[in-house]
Design a binder for this molecule. Structure first.
Ligand SMILES: C[S@@+](CC[C@H](N)C(=O)[O-])C[C@H]1O[C@@H](n2cnc3c(N)ncnc32)[C@H](O)[C@@H]1O
Length: 356
């Protein structure tokens, strides 16, 4: 048979549908919606490589911090059970998981109902099936309950990388970033609690000043609380503008920027009740670890690090821990240069005693 004769005449071939390509507005787009190349890293590896080379984090991803130092502190071994209490993008989890094989398991926790299913799917697609990896949408304050449900009286390795992920920070719709305009929300789990805008609307100046001081050591706490408490700020930009207005001509522009950053941090901590979750987690830790089990915690500001340091020192004194980090461990200058979001990271570890 003449193959050619089976082909339709050229004029009968339907014209190929020309799909207009979404316009890409530049090498490093500033608008989140424009970052479609970065958000499809498998399709656009060269775009992702360029963003990484510029010291930025590709949209919709998160770069794990101090991976080598964490692996050294945790020393995950084949057959062991690990918990990643703050799964995020799964960056640390995907490094720990292979070290637990054969025979080991990782239990991942995160409060974020938006990112958790994506991370679970990503780790599954890397070959980590339900026999090696399970994910729970849970606050790490509830770790003992999760371990009971998984029928593990204790685990060998626990990691917590505190705070928010780059996916949360870079999504304007979640209202975490002062650099992006979006609703003033800041909830890691938007299905629970109240957004930052509602908190500001109902809080007294006295309570807000306490939050700004306790959560972020804000030197202008009283002045700012007087202006911000009880007011309506629907967006991140509206809040930033009000802070700027309140401090204008009182302090330098740099100090204003720092105050804006600290107010955002303080509100995020309050909205997500971060310190009480961390306190419960630290209290529960020794009971969740097997004898000789290791825990590593990455903190990003003094309020977090102070709590971790105190809890580990108290555990050592009580004989619950056999050993703890004597000094805080910081990212190398190369990592700080390569990933500026690592700059404020502070790592501490502890090892549970064999006999208590
Ligand atoms: C810094 S990111 C973790 C990134 C992760 N280590 C990685 O490499 O991809 C912190 C994550 O912890 C989650 N998180 C924060 N506080 C939490 C809590 N109390 N319980 C569970 N998850 C929490 C956040 O939703 C976020 O996804």
């Amino acid at each position: 048979m003449n193959i050619m004769s089976d082909s339709p005449a050229p004029e009968q071939v339907p014209a190929p549908q020309h799909k207009r390509r979404v316009r890409y507005s530049g090498k490093n787009p500033r608008r989140f919606e424009d970052k479609y190349k970065e958000r499809n890293p498998e399709l656009y590896p060269e775009a992702v490589a360029k963003v990484l080379a510029s010291g930025k984090t590709p949209a919709g991803t998160h770069r794990p911090i101090m991976v080598a130092e964490i692996l050294e502190a945790l020393n995950p071994r084949p057959g062991e059970v690990a918990v990643d209490a703050t799964l995020g993008y799964g960056g640390h989890a995907r490094e720990v998981l292979p070290k637990l094989q054969p025979g080991g398991r990782l239990i991942g926790l995160d409060v974020d109902p938006i990112e958790l299913p994506k991370t679970e799917a990503r780790l599954r697609s890397l070959g980590f099936g339900p026999e090696t990896f399970v994910a729970h949408r849970s606050n790490f304050a509830g770790l003992p309950k999760i371990l009971a449900a998984e029928q593990f009286p204790g685990v060998d390795v626990i990691l917590a990388d505190l705070g928010v992920s780059s996916m949360q920070l870079d999504d304007p719709g979640r209202g975490f970033s002062v650099k992006l305009v979006g609703p003033l929300d800041m909830r890691m789990n938007p299905q629970r609690g109240q957004p930052a805008s509602a908190l500001l609307q109902r809080i007294s100046a006295e309570d807000l000043a306490a939050i700004l001081e306790e959560n972020a050591d804000e030197p202008q706490a009283a002045a700012l609380a007087g202006v911000l408490a009880g007011q309506t700020f629907p967006t991140t930009a509206a809040l930033a503008k009000a802070i700027r207005g309140a401090l204008l001509r009182k302090v330098t522009d740099d100090e204003i920027d720092n105050s804006i950053r600290r107010v955002f941090q303080a509100l995020r901590i309050a909205v997500n009740d971060e310190f009480s979750a961390l306190d419960s987690f630290l209290r529960n830790l020794p009971g969740c670890l097997n004898p000789g089990g290791r825990v590593a915690i990455l903190a990003f500001h003094s309020g977090e690090d102070r709590r971790v340091k105190k809890a580990f020192e108290a555990g050592l004194r009580a004989g619950l821990y056999a050993d703890i980090a004597t000094e805080v461990i910081r990212p190398t200058p190369a990592e700080r240069r390569d990933n500026p979001r690592s700059s404020s990271a502070k790592l501490r570890w502890a090892r549970k005693a064999i006999r208590i």
